[in-house]
Design a protein around this ligand. Structure first.
Ligand code: IPM
Ligand code: MG
Length: 356
């Protein structure tokens, strides 16, 4: 199991450090885990002059799986766009063909009070957002800046999906639904966008191959509302890149804290990049405040999806559950007045629970 580790920027190195301690426990037990580190994002720009430098590209291509912390920070805000940390993420997704982004949103019962929504609305929440990750307006051409006939500046982007791109992500959606509650909601904007009309047509056309899955369609604006109104109506959501970007941030708040949620970005062979869905939180970087659980849970996803080791995945998840049940809380998931632990304190507890 060759794992490329890309700590990135801000809190990235701290949270990834705790995940590596989890890997060390497994390695000492005899699991054939190999780890190699490289830079991505701002750290890569600092060290090698590019957010996705050739050294990182070579390592990422050779690895079976990639663990990423987070990228970005105010220090890099003034760089030209091609050199910004976010371009590192977009480039590695595209380079490795990581088209399927799995973003679960579940609320651990222990954290029901951490959500800003009423406990009865979110208790027991368990939904999976499948976001297409290598197409759409993020990558569509043409894009750019120009001057129009009136002499005014314009910025423009192209929303675009080919039938094959829709089909392969839709199949991930159907397959995922088959393994879960057999309900798939496809989210689009087919009342306005041509891209979405094709999207809906293709998704509908596949439904016959999955007779056991109950398929529905929803416009993205309504989906944004329904996620807050009645999130438990959803099992699996499948959607395009930009809608998925927005809806998955929204869904993360149902789960109490963005500090809890892992993600997987998979290619056609289930090689994957695993990362917490939160950002690099430069405001708390280096202060031992960040919650490492989303990164540790990303490792669980890595063992489940890339290494087909559901046993290890479950062990990591059980360890996380047990530290939550024991009352350990980083600041982001603590109720007012509750005692908190830091990043390393939380890591200590997970490592101890794993060894039990
Ligand atoms: C995400 C992030 C990225 C995205 C940024 C950092 C480019 O918001 O992974 O959701 O927009 O995809
Ligand atoms: Mg996002």
């Amino acid at each position: 199991m060759k794992i490329a580790v890309l700590p990135g920027d801000g809190i990235g190195p701290e949270i990834v450090g705790e995940a590596i301690r989890v890997l060390d426990v497994l390695r000492k037990e005899g699991e054939p885990i190999e780890i190699e580190r490289a830079h991505l994002g701002g750290a890569a720009h600092d060290a090698e002059g590019h957010p996705y430098p050739p050294s990182t590209q070579a390592l990422a291509r050779a690895a079976d799986a990639i663990l990423l912390g987070a990228v970005g920070g105010p220090k890099y805000d003034t760089l030209p766009r091609a050199m910004r940390p976010e371009q590192g993420i977009l480039a590695i997704r595209k380079d490795l063909g990581l088209f399927a982004n799995l973003r679960p949103a579940m609320l651990y019962p222990e954290l029901a009070s951490a959500s800003t929504l009423k406990p009865e609305v979110v208790a027991g929440l368990d939904l999976m957002i499948i976001r297409e990750l290598t197409g759409d307006i993020y990558f569509g051409q043409p894009r750019g800046r120009r001057t129009n006939k009136q002499g005014e500046d314009e910025g423009f982007d192209t929303m675009l999906y080919a039938r094959s791109e829709i089909e392969r992500i839709a199949r991930v959606g159907f397959d995922t639904a088959m393994k879960r509650g057999k309900k798939l909601c496809s989210v689009d904007k087919a009342n306005v966008l041509d891209t979405s009309i094709l999207w809906r047509e293709v998704v509908t056309g596949l439904a016959g191959d999955y007779p056991d899955v109950q398929l529905s369609h929803m416009y993205v604006d309504n989906a944004a509302m329904q996620l807050i109104r009645a999130p438990k109506q959803f099992d699996v959501i499948v959607t395009g890149n930009i809608f998925g970007d927005i809806l998955s941030d929204e869904a993360s708040m149902l789960a109490g804290s963005i500090g809890m949620l892992p993600s997987a970005s998979l290619d056609v062979k289930n090689k994957g990049l695993y990362e917490p869905i939160h950002g690099s939180a430069p405001d708390i970087a280096g202060t031992d405040k960040a919650n490492p659980l989303a990164t540790i849970l990303s490792l669980a996803m890595m063992f489940r999806y890339t290494f087909s080791r559901a046993d290890i995945a479950a062990r990591i998840e059980v360890a996380v559950r047990s530290v939550l049940a024991a009352g350990l809380r980083t600041a982001d998931i603590a109720a007012p007045g509750e005692r908190t632990v830091g990043t390393t304190g939380m890591g200590d507890a997970v490592v101890a629970a794993l060894r039990e």
